[in-house]
Design a protein around this ligand. Structure first.
Ligand SMILES: [Zn+2]
Ligand SMILES: [Zn+2]
Ligand SMILES: [Zn+2]
Ligand SMILES: [Zn+2]
Ligand SMILES: [Zn+2]
Length: 226
């Protein structure tokens, strides 16, 4: 999945030539001439310098040198070590501002080239395949959750634990007995609490009636005595 996404990203940011430089289109400003590769005409990807002092994308020059041992710019013969990596130049290129390749889908994000992959992983406007098994739909990441819930391939075990596999067809009609049982148990509990309250109330009333009648008897007895 990650590899697939990375491949899609590479084809989005790279020119036709695989492994060549970055397409000029992705940059917010036209990059300086000295950041371009004279083989692929893109912005240097993994820049290296050969013995004459010219810079190229690593893959571009390696492919070139397979056929001839001269610099494609100045025709000087390449001697000694094939190339040296240009770390500082690479860091400079990594800081260049780029547009999101999903700009056409609506993504307004701008970020340094170095953040490209990171952004591609989370871009709300990137295309993702639906998680529901068998669904061939590709949707924008920001719409994926909504699609997943409403898609015809959606299915889920009933969360009440009744063992029913819910699908878009039976989801609305599912009359879950586990749910009924839970509702019944809740009501039963409420009734029990009420019954207990009534019981203690009636005990209290009995006691009060008893006290009252005792009081009355006492009053009557003293009245009779007078
Ligand atoms: Zn190149
Ligand atoms: Zn050269
Ligand atoms: Zn984006
Ligand atoms: Zn789907
Ligand atoms: Zn159920």
């Amino acid at each position: 999945m990650v590899l697939e996404r990375a491949a899609r990203w590479m084809s989005a940011v790279g020119p036709a030539m695989v492994g060549g430089g970055y397409d000029l289109e992705i940059f917010t400003e036209n990059p300086d001439e000295d950041l371009l590769c004279s083989i692929c005409h893109g912005v240097l990807r993994c820049p290296v310098m050969i013995s004459c002092g010219h810079n190229f994308c690593r893959k571009c020059i390696l492919q070139w040198l397979k056929r001839q041992q001269t610099c494609p710019c100045c025709r000087t013969e390449v001697r000694g070590k094939l190339y040296v990596q240009m770390h500082k130049l690479k860091r400079k290129i990594n800081r260049l501002q780029v547009k999101c390749p999903n700009e056409e889908n609506g993504c307004p994000a701008l970020f340094p080239l170095l953040r490209s992959e990171e952004h591609a992983e989370t871009c709300a406007y990137g295309l993702v395949t639906c998680d529901n098994e068998g669904c061939p739909a590709e949707v924008l990441r920001k719409d994926a959750a909504e699609h997943g819930q409403s898609c015809g391939y959606w299915s889920e075990m009933c969360h009440m634990g009744c063992g029913t596999l819910l699908t878009p067809e039976n989801r609305d009609q599912h009359n879950c007995y586990m749910e009924l049982k839970e509702t019944y148990n809740k009501q039963l509990h409420k009734l029990r609490v009420k019954a207990r309250r009534l019981e203690s109330l009636s005990t209290q009333m009995c006691r009060q009636i008893q006290l009252l009648s005792e009081g009355l008897e006492g009053a009557q007895a003293s009245a009779n005595a007078q």
